[in-house]
Design a protein around this ligand. Structure first.
Ligand code: CU
Length: 405
């Protein structure tokens, strides 16, 4: 599981300089290094340039002359979001008519250990305290009604862009919340599939928030559930929800990871590290080892797991070592799934789902099969599967032994 440290947050006037959505010049305000460092002006220019691309987000307002949404026929339900890698309670096949699914997320900023062995840590920017943010599950035709709350002790402004939604930059333009504010956004889930969501406060703050953990996934199921190419129903016993997170953690001149007193303090250093496009860590669910060892996922032979993989910022090629993607949806759930996949693709800025039925007991590693990432940057999770071994599928005919020359 994701590891958290809660040192408490001290209120500071820096909140006032960090809350701007464009934040041109923020690099020079987030630390003394930025004020004296020769690279600060360059960062300012980059921030201002990229901010223009997203200027519309800050100017977006709901059109008060638009016709009210027709909510007749909808039933209101609450979805209790849970900590990854788990999935909220849900129906695989929708019963009854469309729902307005009410969810609440807090934009929690907290210090997280990324790698216990090296002491690498990050002031994570999160939805509900976890990296990735919680998995949301609705059905096609449902409305998602999100209350987004920014805690009073936050340092920064946050919002949310749902790739599954339509309009207003995915809702990003309608959900900017400053510390102590909340906003409510309702949108209709018209596209079935798995989709990423993420914070997008503007300019360089977008990749800064995303690479500090502020992303997650929503799964929009067809109302009649998942199907194969022939239309036969496909069902799962459990969901494993992976969030692949690239971190660019600043190091000091000795190669040690730097530590910071509060969220946002690493802004200038982070932007400099990010510009190299070389992550220091690329992990599943927030930290190295978050889903291995005693935190490994559990399953039994004969059980079917739906692996939902969110990768907001970087391309990923998940592979289940010793298993397969029996059915894989890299795109819409209305497209026929790919079958018998050895490795599948999660485009950076998207989420995908893979269904697999375990046939052998043992430990399966779920990795990014860029094996440098899988083995050296932290991109590995484990399933521990119980059950009876099937010699028809595999047998060690001869154990390793010396052979005669
Ligand atoms: Cu944010």
């Amino acid at each position: 599981m994701t590891k958290f440290i809660n040192p408490g947050l001290s209120k500071t006037s820096r909140r006032n300089v960090l809350r701007g959505s464009v934040l041109a010049g923020a690099a020079a305000m987030t630390g003394t290094a930025a004020m004296t460092g020769p690279r600060a002006p360059r960062l300012d220019r980059a921030n201002a340039t990229s901010a223009r691309l997203y200027k519309a987000a800050g100017e977006q307002t709901a059109d008060s002359t638009a016709k009210p949404a027709d909510l007749s026929g909808y039933t209101r339900v609450k979805q209790e979001l849970v900590v990854p890698p788990f999935a909220p309670e849900h129906e695989q096949v929708a019963t009854g008519g469309p729902k307005i699914v009410e969810i609440t997320m807090d934009t929690t900023e907290r210090l997280m250990v990324v790698d216990e062995d090296t002491g690498a840590s990050v002031w994570a920017l999160t939805y509900n305290g976890s990296v990735p943010g919680p998995l949301i599950i609705v059905h096609e035709g449902d409305m998602v009604e999100l209350t987004l709350r920014n805690p009073h002790d936050s340092m920064m402004e946050h919002n949310i862009d749902f790739h599954a939604s339509t309009g207003a930059l995915g809702g990003g333009g309608l959900t900017h919340v400053y510390p102590g504010e909340e906003a409510v956004l309702r949108w209709k889930a018209t596209k079935p599939g798995c989709f990423t969501y993420h914070c997008a406060p503007g300019g360089a703050m977008i990749p800064y928030h995303v690479t500090h953990g502020m992303n997650g996934a929503i799964m929009v199921l067809p109302r009649d559930g998942l199907k194969d190419a022939q239309g036969n129903p496909l069902r799962y016993d459990s969901i494993a929800y992976f969030g692949e997170q690239d971190y660019y953690l600043p190091m000091d001149e000795n190669g040690d990871y730097k530590t910071y007193d509060a969220a946002g303090d690493d802004y200038a250093d982070s932007l400099e590290a990010m510009r190299g496009l070389v992550p220091t860590h690329q992990v599943f669910n927030g930290a190295v080892g978050a889903l291995t060892g005693e935190n490994a996922l559990k399953a039994k032979v004969g059980e079917t797991v739906l692996m939902v993989h969110n990768s907001c910022n970087v391309d990923s090629r998940p592979h289940l070592i010793g298993g397969h993607g029996d059915y894989v949806w890299e795109s819409s759930f209305t497209d026929p799934p790919l079958t018998g996949m050895e490795t599948w693709f999660v485009r950076g800025g998207s989420a995908a789902a893979a269904l697999y039925t375990f046939e052998q007991p043992g430990v399966y590693a779920y990795v990014n099969h860029n094996l440098i990432i899988g083995a050296m940057l932290g991109g590995t999770a484990h399933f521990v599967v119980e059950g009876d071994w099937n010699n028809d599928l595999m047998e060690q005919v001869v154990a390793p032994r010396p052979f005669a020359t």
